[in-house]
Design a protein around this ligand. Structure first.
Ligand code: DAH
Length: 357
């Protein structure tokens, strides 16, 4: 019995592949294997002999089977290791520098603004760029005859002859996302909505497609004071200075009451913009308390809820922060421009890691 054990344990240890393992298995515990044949001989033994030999043979068979299984597993592991080694690929190698792309300033600034507002509890909402007349205008308290419609130089979609339904528009601002969000999620809410908007306009500071970021905060006790604080926090974080004073200038938007234009304190010295100091004011966008009609249009009870909204121009923020003089160049796809003003793809803007580095 001891010789049998030694012989097969050794053979198993020496086996280098699955086929050899199988040969050893057949020779030992296969139907005509040595151990199987020995077990058949148990019948010829006396009961006393059988009592000793039976359990011993069974134990040996179990031991051999276990050794076979262990060796098989070890061989499979080794095979996998060998394969992994053979197929190894270093994906950490840097790309060829001449092929490196860059992050467009618009994307960069959108990420920066999003990081700042996320830190104040605002989540990101989205809406379609081809928008219905209702969401782009009516729901925002801009009825058909309102001059704001003409001011916006709207692009309308084509309408088939005889179709008198209002045409869809390329959204002229991100404000319709306010309605869509409130309609779907109700109050309270705190969102920003960055995205593309369209107006038929073209000069050094206007392109037919540009970018805005909308803000909306609705709750039971939100006031203009909260709006001012949020904008101050935003401006200081975005321009990476300690403090920026915000000034409200009375204005009018159909979707807010009262409405205010947002100005940031700044100085312009030798064409250099500095935020948070000086006697100049930088126009940053529009804002106000959401008009009760707008809340009602979005299915929110205006006797229970109130809040502020604001709209900022992303392209303008990018031009100011990064000293880019002409808006049109943003969309020319000139590689030299992109390389000059672009950002590294791996430097994701965060408040703790630094927005622009
Ligand atoms: N939608 C306005 C525009 O595009 C900007 C704006 C003004 C948005 C005031 C607002 C707001 O949310 O409260 O000119």
């Amino acid at each position: 019995m001891d010789d049998l054990r030694a012989k097969y344990i050794e053979a198993i240890a020496a086996a280098g592949d699955e086929a050899t393992i199988e040969e050893v298995r057949l020779a030992a515990v296969g139907k005509k294997g040595e151990i199987s044949l020995k077990m058949r001989e148990l019948g010829k033994m006396t009961p006393e002999e059988r009592q000793v030999a039976g359990p011993a043979l069974n134990a040996l068979k179990d031991e051999i089977n276990a050794a076979l299984a262990a060796k098989k597993a070890a061989l499979a592991d080794a095979a996998l290791d060998a394969r992994l080694k053979a197929e190894w690929l270093d994906v950490t190698l840097p790309v060829r520098p001449q092929r490196q792309g860059s992050i467009h300033p618009i994307s960069q600034v959108t990420e920066e603004v999003t990081a700042i507002f996320a830190d104040m509890g605002f989540s990101v909402a989205e809406g379609p760029q081809i928008e219905s007349d209702w969401y782009n205008f009516d729901a925002l308290n801009i009825p058909g005859h309102h001059p704001a419609r003409a001011e916006m130089d709207t692009f309308y979609t084509h309408r088939a002859e005889g179709d008198y339904r209002p045409p869809h528009v390329l959204r002229t601002h991100t404000s319709p996302v306010q309605i869509r969000h409130m309609e779907k999620h109700g109050a309270p809410c705190r969102i920003i909505a960055p995205g593309r908007v369209y107006r038929s306009d073209y000069d050094q500071t206007h392109t037919p497609m540009f970018h805005q970021i909308e803000g909306l905060a609705i709750d039971k006790d939100i006031s203009m004071a909260n709006l001012k604080w949020v904008l101050e926090q935003f401006a200081a974080a975005f321009f990476e200075v300690d403090e920026v004073e915000v000034r409200f200038r009375a204005s009018h938007f159909p979707f807010t009451e009262p409405s205010a234009e947002i100005d940031f304190r700044c100085s312009w010295v030798d064409g250099q913009l500095k935020l948070g100091e000086g006697d100049d004011w930088l126009e940053a966008g529009g804002s106000g308390m959401v008009h009760p009609k707008v809340l009602e249009n979005a299915g929110i009870d205006s006797t229970q809820w109130q809040g502020f909204a604001f709209g900022l121009g992303i392209d303008r923020l990018a031009m100011l922060k990064y000293g880019i003089p002409d808006l049109r160049a943003f969309f020319d796809a000139d590689l030299r421009w992109l390389r000059h003003y672009g950002f590294s793809a791996l430097d994701v803007p965060t408040l703790h890691g630094g927005l622009s580095r």
